[in-house]
Design a binder for this molecule. Structure first.
Ligand code: PGA
Length: 265
């Protein structure tokens, strides 16, 4: 199976409803143009490989954007969900509720959630299981801090973050056919700094081997890179073996920049 290349727009707590709808409308127009130009070779299918866009708005914008994009091959994701199924958890949103409003993906364990909301690897593992049960594909974020990076502990940290998540995936009663991991070095998020291709090559090779060896039930694993992705960095990083796409923060707030990344990289 040839993998699609994945582009996730993580809008974080940015984009109000009107700008989110405008962005989604622009994506829709791009998809329509793409259909018309498919035969001449289009930015959305290079050398037969499809490109898959996943927009991740704030919770209130999910439903209207999902409605707007009905019948358009663009997916909608959330940026978080509850580790609980249902009940008295004021302010939380369950995986089931997300599924009902048109979400098919959900970012989990983003470093901002880990840092500001104290999410642990165990909490993230429970969220993965809840998402699986609601047929939502998690986009599981992992990554080392600047200090870990300086201490040369990247792989050690990644392995530690992954342990409970892999265990939960292997023990899940329900699971999808594919699972997505996003490697986001914390020091690269929003800083303009990125690892060089040599470092990325080593990290992604390790990730691919580690996940394939240890995840028993899901055979297709996608690996994304996130952290200061723009049209220039993406064009370089796309050369790295085992990078299947990008998780894009800042550059996903501007349609033209996002379009350039999707078209070029
Ligand atoms: P950035 O954010 O592209 O602005 O660095 C990426 C992310 O936090 O997912």
């Amino acid at each position: 199976m040839q993998k699609a290349r994945i582009y996730v727009a993580n809008w974080k707590m940015n984009m109000h409803l009107d700008s989110g709808l405008q962005f989604a409308n622009d994506c829709k127009a791009l998809m329509n143009d793409n259909e018309n130009t498919e035969k001449q070779g289009s930015p959305f299918s290079q050398n037969g490989a499809k490109k898959h866009i996943i927009l991740c708005p704030t919770f209130p914008a999910i439903y209207p954007i999902a409605q707007l994009l009905q019948n358009v091959p663009i997916s909608i994701g959330a940026q978080n969900c509850s580790e609980h199924e249902i009940g008295a958890y004021t302010g939380e949103v369950s995986a089931q509720s997300l599924s009902e409003i048109g979400c098919s993906y959900c970012i989990i364990g983003h470093s901002e959630r880990r840092k500001y909301f104290h999410e642990t690897n165990e909490v993230i593992a429970r969220k993965v299981v809840k998402l699986f049960a609601s047929t939502i594909n998690p986009i599981i974020c992992i990554g080392e801090t600047a200090q870990d990076h300086k201490d040369n502990k990247t792989l050690e940290v990644l392995e530690h973050q992954l342990n409970p998540i892999i265990k939960a995936i292997n023990e899940a009663e329900q699971f999808p056919e594919t699972v997505i991991f996003a490697y986001e070095p914390v020091w690269a998020i929003g800083t303009g700094k990125t690892p060089n291709n040599e470092t990325l090559h080593a990290t992604f090779n390790w990730l691919a081997a580690h996940l394939t060896r240890n995840i028993k039930n899901i055979k297709v694993i996608y690996l994304l890179y996130g952290g200061s992705v723009d049209e220039h960095t993406a064009l370089e990083m796309v050369k790295v073996q085992n990078i299947d796409g990008f998780l894009i923060g800042g550059a996903s707030l501007d349609f033209q920049k996002f379009k350039n990344i999707v078209s070029l990289a």
